[in-house]
Design a protein around this ligand. Structure first.
Ligand code: SAH
Length: 385
């Protein structure tokens, strides 16, 4: 790649206000930014030459100074249950993953926010890889842009190949209707790049997703939850995983810095500020570790009377882990203990397990050069705010 090419501004990284300033610098009117967004996000067009309602001179200028560049696909896999996983290039040595989960009433895209993760949660495959770097806004928005295009392209191919009258998947199942920041990385440790990406996901001229269809999941970076409350109103999910500090310190080491009571206060504050409905608490079911009836009751006591939902995630194993998944009957009993105490609880259906695409299994290709860890060891170094 030439020096000029690497200096071009990737428009996928610019929320509307920033795109308007960029366009203004090129001598364009603000409405040009909306036209550009329309091409990029509504029509999936990445080549300026194809944006036919822009003046030719302006297109030439854009082609010299800007680009619409999504991450490059290194490989892809399809699960027997229809779940898709893509391995995307971060640079010559590093890669990260993105997963699409089709369901009858929706299509959920799970995107990564970092290459690796510094949080060191003991039950998560990504943590074993270490942390390499934050993804840029363009790399996060680019994941959604790419998935939408890939799924559409496949759909067209299927339609061409289909025999007349053949039954195909319902439309909702094919397209991206929900985006969750639940892939590799801790989104709130990459605050500066994540917030503009959320803006583009929500913008009517961007992906135009409703705020309830975009979920940010965090392991509990409390100060960043307060900051997030000032910036956006997407749905919040929190990886709780334990009903008491002693156990959570072990499973989610950031808890030593921000214990459960502090974390829950931040969650309720987020809901108040953003007029949100509820916070989803993720709880991985680890056999003999956090899955007893007494622990379910302790969890219920923490959440009773608050706008909370618990999502129980059957543990997904990965090479080298010493944890095992709680049996289905134990998970159901745990759920019932919560429900009996008036705490909403569901069990997450495991998807994409056969291609290591399930929660906590994303490993990408991270060569850990920084050895920076959040949580138990070093705190704060990698948190970009
Ligand atoms: N770092 C953020 C985003 C990751 S979301 C966070 O911690 O919330 C991925 C979810 O899957 C988190 O709730 C995470 O705790 C959970 N998870 C991690 N490893 C898992 C595993 N092996 N099995 C099941 N769930 C896991």
């Amino acid at each position: 790649m030439t020096a000029a090419a690497t200096q071009r501004t990737n428009l996928l990284g610019l929320p509307r206000a920033a795109l308007e300033s960029f366009v203004a610098q090129l001598g364009g009117q603000p409405f040009r930014a909306r036209q550009l967004m329309n091409w990029m996000y509504k029509r999936g067009v990445g080549s300026f030459a194809d944006m036919t309602d822009l003046a030719r001179d302006f297109r030439t200028l854009l082609a010299a100074q800007a680009e619409v560049r999504a991450p490059q696909i290194l490989s892809q896999q399809r699960s027997g249950d229809g779940t898709r996983k893509w391995l995307l290039r971060a640079d010559a040595a590093q890669a990260f993953e993105m997963v699409f989960i089709p369901e009858p009433d929706r299509g959920t895209l799970c995107i990564s926010s970092q290459v690796g993760c510094a949080l060191d949660c003991s039950f998560c495959a990504t943590a074993q890889q270490g942390f390499n770097r934050n993804l840029s806004t363009a790399e996060m928005v680019g994941q959604v842009w790419l998935a939408v295009r890939e799924l559409e392209r496949e759909e067209q191919q299927r339609a061409l190949a289909a025999t007349p009258g053949a039954v195909s998947a319902p439309a909702d199942e094919r397209r991206v209707s929900n985006v969750v920041l639940m892939g590799m990385g801790e989104p709130l440790a990459n605050f500066r790049n994540v917030v503009p990406a959320l803006r583009i996901l929500l913008d009517d001229f961007g992906f135009d997703l409703s705020r309830r269809r975009v979920t940010l999941s965090t392991s509990g970076l409390v100060p960043q939850i307060y900051k997030l409350a000032q910036e956006t109103n997407v749905a919040l999910a929190v990886s709780l995983h334990a009903p008491d500090d002693a156990l959570r310190n072990e499973l989610v080491p950031i808890n030593r810095k921000h214990p459960i009571a502090e974390l829950l206060r931040a969650c309720w504050h987020y809901l108040d500020e953003q007029n949100g409905r509820s916070v989803t608490f993720e709880y991985v079911m680890l056999e003999g570790v956090n899955d007893s009836a007494a622990q379910a009751r302790a969890l219920a006591r923490l959440l009773q009377g608050h706008p909370a939902k618990v999502n129980l995630i059957p543990f997904n194993p990965f090479p080298g882990t010493h944890y095992t998944r709680s049996p289905a009957s134990v998970i159901e009993r745990f759920r019932d203990e919560l429900l009996q105490r008036g705490v909403l609880a569901t069990i997450r259906r495991t998807r994409g397990e056969d291609i290591d695409a399930a929660c906590g299994q994303l490993a990408g290709r991270v060569i850990d050069r920084t050895t920076v860890r959040l949580g138990s060891k070093v705190i704060g170094v990698a948190v970009q705010t």
